[in-house]
Ligand binder design. Structure first.
Ligand code: SAM
Length: 482
């Protein structure tokens, strides 16, 4: 029986509820009146406190996703753009993945790290290697990392992950610093989540892969990840362990996307109902070619248009949730979906263990790569490209460092303080990047952008203060934030 508040995976992701939702969506996909009504419900509304959005239930959002009337699709895209603009503006937050270890005891059939893959060299970074990787990432200009590791209690126990986090935060190379470490590791215990929280992590990210239990079990035939309930209930344990920024995601291509979409939103509704705060981010990875993995073996791949529609519908359904896209996607796809709702992208990524230190921007080691990187541009190229497209690349990590996690971040969004807070923070961190790491062309473009954009901070006192901070950064000081 479906129960959004239940702590049992099969009750808050109830299979029958998803089937009924899909049936309802299919039956109403050409019901223009209903689609218009749903769009109206989701539209940003001015309140006494600022702009607010109600979001949508999994049922309503599934109708939007199913609707294939071209004029309605245009309206869906237009609303997604409006919501993106209201809460995220032109800012795009930058991050990079850091692969710590590819040792893994699971048998995920889509992942090259699966334990039966004898082709792939197994590698785990030593603390000295972590240091080298972090220096290389800092020298590119990164301030925010997502650490990644396979699941192996002997080779990569939690103590190893904690040690790596400590090393990462301790490195201050030239003007560099990693100010936020997000963590993407296998489902674990409340006690371990508590330790991750104590280590100062940003978001705990765990992809569900698929919400379809039967598929899940087939796709994860052995190892601890085989346990659907343990995996699906992980975010509840993470929140119990004190982590209030959690990141959801499904790996599109494994099962039917409409099923995954409904499951994902039901998961978000569950977290909101039980813990009072929804997911901080949603990632939308698509299955990619990798060593011994051919995406063609999986029947559920989605094309770029469907992918864009999913992103737009997520944006409308959960307006305050950040949305992340990785270098699994190429430049043109990234360009298309950023307008529709993506708020974070990676740049200059390597998905191999030890892929950064000792390699030039053009060179990439492939032997331990997790998947093929489609966007192979350097961080500087991505930053420049974003600015040319009218975006503001942001290296901001302020919310988490100011304690604005969980529902406190949402509150900031709702009272319309974004333009007085996130906007100047993006510009301050961009100025740091330009000063320390950018090529001359990127720097020129960026400084013109900052001079223009800083005048848009509405509160005159804030604006004055931000101008002062910018001056200080240009004179060599670092790390200012609102
Ligand atoms: N080991 C951890 C776990 O099991 O959740 C997380 C780390 S894994 C390195 C990160 C994610 O990569 C997985 O959750 C999966 O969604 C994704 N992934 C695995 N194989 C992939 C492939 N062939 N193409 C694209 N993404 C893939």
């Amino acid at each position: 029986m479906y129960d959004v508040r239940s702590l049992k995976a099969e009750e808050f992701i109830d299979h029958e509820e998803i089937l009924e939702t899909l049936e309802y969506a299919e039956a109403n996909k050409h019901n223009k009146e209903l689609v218009e009504e749903i769009l109206e419900k989701a539209r940003p509304k001015k309140t006494g406190r600022g702009v607010e959005c109600a979001g949508l239930s999994h049922k309503d959002a599934s109708v939007l996703l199913a609707c294939d009337l071209p004029e309605m699709t245009e309206k869906i895209y237009s609303l997604a753009r409006e919501i993106k603009d209201a809460f995220y503006g032109d800012r795009i937050v930058m991050f990079a993945p850091l692969y710590l270890s590819n040792y893994c005891v699971n048998k995920c059939v889509y992942c090259p790290y699966h334990m039966q893959n004898k082709e792939i060299p197994r590698k785990k970074l030593t603390q000295e290697e972590v240091r080298q990787e972090v220096i290389a990432l800092q020298d590119m200009g990164h301030k925010r990392l997502a650490i990644e590791a396979g699941e192996d209690p002997v080779n990569n126990p939690l103590e190893y992950i904690l040690e790596c986090i400590k090393t990462i935060y301790s490195i201050k190379h030239k003007n560099g610093a990693i100010r936020r470490v997000n963590v993407n590791i296998a489902a674990t215990t409340v006690e371990n989540y508590h330790k991750l929280k104590e280590a100062g992590i940003g978001t705990y990210i765990l992809f569900q892969e698929t919400y379809h239990k039967e598929s899940y079990e087939t796709l994860h035939p052995a190892g601890p990840k085989h346990n659907y309930a343990y995996h699906t209930e992980a975010m509840d344990r993470a929140m119990e362990g004190g982590i209030d920024d959690v990141g959801l995601g499904v790996l599109f291509g494994l099962d039917k996307y409409k099923y995954e979409f409904a499951g994902l939103l039901m998961h978000a509704e569950h977290l909101e109902a039980v813990h009072g705060v929804g997911p901080h981010t949603i990632s939308v990875p698509r299955l990619k070619r990798a060593a011994d993995i051919d995406p063609g073996q999986f029947d559920n791949g989605i094309d770029d248009d469907t992918f864009a529609k999913i992103i737009a519908c997520i944006r409308i359904a959960v307006p305050y949730t950040g949305m992340i896209i990785s270098t699994r996607e190429n430049e043109s796809c990234r360009e298309k979906v950023m307008k529709l709702g993506i708020s974070q992208i990676s740049g200059g990524s390597r998905t191999s263990v030890g892929g950064y230190a000792g390699y030039s921007a053009e060179e990439r080691p492939h032997d331990t790569e997790q998947f093929d990187v489609s966007d192979q541009r350097s961080l500087d190229e991505v930053v420049k490209w974003l600015m040319e497209g009218g975006y503001i690349p942001s290296f901001c990590t302020a919310c988490y460092r100011e304690g604005r996690t969980g529902d406190r971040f949402m509150a900031l969004c709702k009272v319309g303080q974004i333009q007085n807070c996130c906007h100047p923070n993006a510009l301050l961190t961009l100025q740091e990047y330009l000063q320390d790491y950018a090529s001359p062309e990127t720097r020129k473009l960026g400084e013109e952008l900052i001079d223009r954009e800083i005048l848009k901070v509405p509160d005159p006192k804030r604006r004055e203060k931000a101008l002062g901070y910018l001056e200080k950064i240009r004179n060599g000081e670092r790390d200012f934030r609102f």
